[in-house]
Design a protein around this ligand. Structure first.
Ligand code: SF4
Length: 71
């Protein structure tokens, strides 16, 4: 059973079983993601602007393991 890290709105999920801790998401979008301490990201922003949203879509596409799930 996968484990999930949710943001407060429940619209962004990180599959921590498939995440390879490549650092891309929190290096590219530090206003939304952070390293929880072991390389796995946490999502901590509640509301994001349009610019951040577009960058989020790109990073979700670029995630090498497809671990960023947007709903
Ligand atoms: S980009 Fe994907 S694989 Fe890399 S740290 Fe973020 S969620 Fe994990």
């Amino acid at each position: 059973m996968p484990q999930w890290v949710y943001n407060h709105r429940g619209s962004i999920r990180i599959d921590i079983e498939t995440c390879t801790a490549c650092k891309l998401c929190y290096e590219e979008l530090p206003e939304l993601f952070a390293d929880r301490g072991d390389g796995i990201p946490i999502v901590y922003a509640r509301v994001i602007g349009e610019d951040t949203k577009e960058r989020l879509f790109k990073i979700a596409e670029d995630c090498p393991s497809g671990s960023i799930i947007l709903e």
